[in-house]
Write a protein that binds this ligand. Structure first.
Ligand code: PXP
Length: 238
């Protein structure tokens, strides 16, 4: 059975739209845990556009399931991870202009830096995963650097428009899983997964963890809007 970790960055994005204190991602994490999630993910970006240092500190103290910190390889962020000690870090590429994480991490092109970070994280008992395209070179580079897991990028699958493209991207994920498993890596997957497209990926055996954010938070807004409206009407009427 695969696990779900909920990426709650979009909660912080809504908060930051007004620079206020609601909705609090720490409360959202607790509610996801009450609903049974196996983990909580946040991305502490260098520009702090959504999740901030306070969120990471409090989530480390309050998340009872797995706390997964997504981050770039930038030194100030690596130092924060060493201090906070999440259960896992997922290393991602970070580009200031992007709306969300775009391509996979180029592990083969920065293997020395990657291996140094893995060593530093392991010294603090933090598991290390890399967010990569299901590409043999990147998977093997992650394994050689000593990573524990890889998160296979499901963006190309999520963006596939035709049946044949969907099948090709699913096969790439299956091949990636096989290569990663043979190299001793745990296999995660994520990005762009929704209530509509999750089923075929969830059927791929050997993927242990799905990291899903936008679609869950988007649905939460809509399934919760009726109650929220009714509560405000009640307050006005009183
Ligand atoms: N995995 C990684 C590495 C990500 O950067 C993100 C988005 O922050 C996700 C998974 C979740 O993607 P989505 O919000 O599209 O579900």
């Amino acid at each position: 059975m695969a696990y779900l970790t909920v990426n709650i960055d979009p909660i912080a994005t809504i908060r930051q739209a007004r620079r206020t204190d609601e909705p609090d991602p720490v409360w959202a994490a607790a509610l996801c845990e009450l609903a049974g999630t196996n983990g909580i993910t946040v991305h502490l970006r260098q520009d702090r556009r959504h999740i901030n240092d306070r969120d990471v500190r409090l989530l480390k103290e309050t998340v009872a399931s797995k706390f997964n910190l997504e981050m770039s390889l930038a030194e100030p962020i690596v130092r924060i991870a060493e201090k906070v000690r999440p259960d896992q870090v997922t290393l991602v590429p970070e580009n200031r202009a992007e709306l969300t994480t775009e391509g996979g991490l180029n592990c083969a092109g920065q293997q020395k830096r990657l291996a140094q970070i893995v060593k530093r994280m392991h010294r603090k008992d933090i598991l290390v995963s890399t967010f990569i395209l299901p590409d043999e070179k990147q998977i093997l580079a992650s394994a050689e650097a000593g990573c524990d897991a890889v998160e296979l990028h499901t963006g190309p699958y999520a963006n596939a428009k035709t049946d044949s493209r969907i099948e090709t991207t699913l096969n790439q994920l299956r091949d990636g899983r096989d290569i990663a498993a043979a190299a001793g890596l745990i296999v995660h997957a994520g990005h762009g997964l929704t209530y509509r497209n999750i089923r075929p990926v969830a059927r791929i055996e050997g993927i242990c963890e799905f990291n899903i954010g936008h679609s869950i938070i988007a649905r939460a807004v809509l399934v919760g809007i009726r109650q929220a409206t009714e509560e405000m009407i009640r307050l006005i009427e009183q």
